[in-house]
Structure formats: C-alpha cells, structure tokens
Write a protein that binds this ligand. Structure first.
Ligand SMILES: *Cc1c(COP(=O)(O)O)cnc(C)c1O
Length: 236
C-alpha cells in the first residue's frame, strides 16, 4: 500500500461518510475516522500518515508497543481490542483513549495506573450488544449496573460507548445493533446525569449505516489498507 493507494481509499471513505451524513441530516465534522492499523507494518502506517491520517487504532497492546516507536511521532493511538489487566500500565502509557473497557475491575486497574502516571484517561465502555459468545464487551444490563461505580473512579473519564457488530454480508442487518447502542448511551446519560459525546461503531463494511444511527467514531481498517495479512482472532 502506497501513500497514493491509501489517499484514494481515504477519499472513497470520506465520500461514503458524506453520503451517510447527508441521508441522516448530520454534519460530517461530527464523524472522526480512526485508521485501524492492526497487523500493518510501520512503513504502511507512515504511508497513511503521509496521506493525511493521524489517528490510529490498535487491538493489541504488545503489537502497538513494538510499532509505535517506529512510526512518525505526531501520530495518536487508541486501543480498540480486549485489554488484560497486566497490560494496563502499558495501555495508559501508549494510548490517548481506551475504547474497550468491559469491566469494573479493568476500569479500576486503568485508574490505578493513570494515577501513578499523573494522567486522566478517556475511555469508552465496550458493549456486546448482540450477545455473541465469541466477543468481548459488557452485557447491557451489566453495563448499567456498574456504570456509576466506574464513573466514580477519579482518573478515568467515560466518553461514551463502543461496539463491534456481528459480521454479516448484509450490513443492513446490523442496523438494530447500532440503534441499540445509541439507546444504551441515552440510558447511561440518564444514570450519569451528563451527556456522553461518543459512539464508536461502524467498520469497513458498515460504517455508513453506523453513521446513520449516530456513530461519532468509525474504525476502518480493510477499506483503507486492503485485506490484513492474517486472520484476526477477534474479528473475522
Ligand atoms: C479490526 C477491527 C476493526 C476494523 O475492521 P475492518 O473491517 O478492517 O474495517 C474495527 N474495530 C475493531 C475493534 C477491530 O478489531
């Protein structure tokens, strides 16, 4: 993938974002594109940076830790994959946001390391909306039950919700999943008594539908970089 290839893909995605926003009556400036760079080598990430991208998402702490130092220094990184508690220290160090928090214990561990690092970490709470056994994320009821306790932690800030929709060849089928995440965000806002700015939902195959349903963050890998070298454990 050259800079020109990635720039051409980026333009197509921006057109898709614009179309979806037009259908939904939204302003495309409400949507932030995260370039999902998992499995991509630093040279491809550097080419993406040349094409104008600066926000990258990784799903594994170890992989990100090995790559970030070899990538341009101005890039911003987020974690979108399952986080184990023994990796929280690194996660707090390397990522500006953790989008995959799915338990109070994990939130406490992140809070602990954020305190030691004298930082405040923005997080998203990951929800397994469709209840798939193969996926991480809160069950909706469990999220609502733990929300207040997570919100009490001093060094993390809840910025919204994230979901990975089930894979399907017909993106229209995942619309109810995105809609449910948006409704859950409203329920969370009622519990917290404060607005949550972000809904991270939509990937290469379904970001237009996610935007129609209220996504503010879309996480796009394949549509930018082409197929990944190896099959990922978390997403087909
Ligand atoms: C891999 C991944 C993506 C991107 O998937 P594509 O279909 O390649 O766009 C988005 N979100 C998460 C959590 C992922 O693991």
């Amino acid at each position: 993938m050259t800079t020109a290839d990635i720039a051409a893909n980026l333009e197509k995605i921006q057109q898709g974002v614009a179309r979806a926003c037009q259908r939904a009556g939204r302003d495309s400036r409400e949507i932030t594109l995260e370039a999902v760079s998992k499995k991509q080598p630093p040279a491809v990430i550097a080419a993406a940076a040349q094409a104008g991208l600066s926000l990258f998402s990784e799903n594994r702490v170890q992989e990100a830790k090995a790559k970030i130092g070899q990538c341009p220094g101005h890039l911003r990184w987020r974690l979108i994959g399952h986080l184990q508690s023994n990796k929280c220290r690194d996660a707090v160090h390397f990522f500006e946001m953790i989008e995959s928090v799915d338990s109070l214990d994990l939130a406490r561990e992140i809070d602990k390391w954020a305190l030691k690092a004298a930082k405040t970490i923005p997080i998203l709470l990951e929800v397994n909306v469709a209840g798939e056994a193969s996926k991480f994320g809160y069950k909706p009821e469990a999220l609502l039950a733990e929300l207040a306790a997570i919100n009490d932690l001093k060094k993390i800030e809840i910025h919204g919700l994230m979901t990975v929709a089930p894979w399907t060849p017909e993106p229209e089928k995942v619309r109810p999943v995105f809609r449910r995440l948006r409704e859950l965000k409203t329920q969370c806002e009622q519990i917290l008594g404060a607005p949550l700015p972000h809904l991270s939902m939509g990937m290469s195959g379904d970001y237009e539908i996610a935007i129609e349903e209220g996504a503010t963050l879309i996480r796009v890998g394949t549509a930018l970089f082409g197929p990944r070298a190896t099959v990922d454990a978390e997403t087909p």
